[in-house]
Design a protein around this ligand. Sequence first.
Ligand code: FAD
Ligand code: FES
Length: 264
Amino acid sequence: MRQEKARVFRNKELAPSCYRIGFKCNIQYSYAKPGQFIMLRFGDRINPLLRRPFSIHRLITKDGDFEGLEVLYKVVGKCTKKLSMCVEGDIIDIIGPLGNSFITSDNYNNVFIVAGGVGVAPMLFLASYLQKNTDISKCTVFIGSRSKHDLLCKDDFLRLGMKVFITTEDGSAGRKGFVTDILETSIKKNHPDIIYGCGPTAMLKPLALISEMYSIPCRVSIETIMACGIGACLGCAVESKKIPEKYLHACLDGPVFDAKAIKL
Ligand SMILES: Cc1cc2nc3c(=O)[nH]c(=O)nc-3n(C[C@H](O)[C@H](O)[C@H](O)COP(=O)(O)OP(=O)(O)OC[C@H]3O[C@@H](n4cnc5c(N)ncnc54)[C@H](O)[C@@H]3O)c2cc1C
Ligand code: FES
């Protein structure tokens, strides 16, 4: 883990209020694993005062050399608004890579990746990591969004050679409904070795239930409020499902958890 000033090299709006920002950073990040995150703030340290957590979305290389990383973010408040106004050459202050990562294995041949909304952010990193580093023969991606306008990263997953299923709440792209609606049918046809998920709690809860019902291991990346990202403030507590009254911390024990281990 290191703190550094990172120089922005691009910042592009991909969908309404959703941006992908790239910044140059130390080569140490080339060893980052999917699921890990950074804590980010601006140079003035005043507004906003606290750092904010963002998943590592992609590692960027140029002519084979590591160049930096990208974060995919949705504008929801002060930090993300300010981030959306960053231009090439601006400096942001980052700490990372932080947290644990998705467990991958060469024994997994058939993998389902389930992402809701901006929850695709860490999943694209995971998908490209699986493609480069493991022997998976099948990887199917399920992306859920409100409408076709909010749909993120579909073409990026397709470029990785993955099969992609889309659902939208208004039916403007793919199947109408929630991403978890089509999951059971796909599981029955094509039982995966593992399911990886990231998205709103309203998506992770049914995902955890479905995976338990079909006895499929399921790992989810959760997004709690985080003030420090390094285990100092205890603000990111998540209740354990296995041990009563025990709390885990999303920044140190997570953000990736076995879906059976935590109360979602
Ligand atoms: C490990 C981790 C990885 C994350 N990765 C990403 C990512 O890749 N892309 C992305 O867009 N966001 C991600 N988030 C969420 C992101 O940290 C928040 O959206 C961000 O902190 C908002 O900052 P802000 O100052 O713009 O909004 P604020 O002014 O802090 O908050 C605006 C509103 O959003 C709510 N809010 C803030 N943080 C969260 C949260 N974590 N969960 C639910 N509601 C929240 C606040 O309660 C408030 O209502 C991640 C969170 C975690 C814990
Ligand atoms: S965010 Fe401070 S302890 Fe986890």
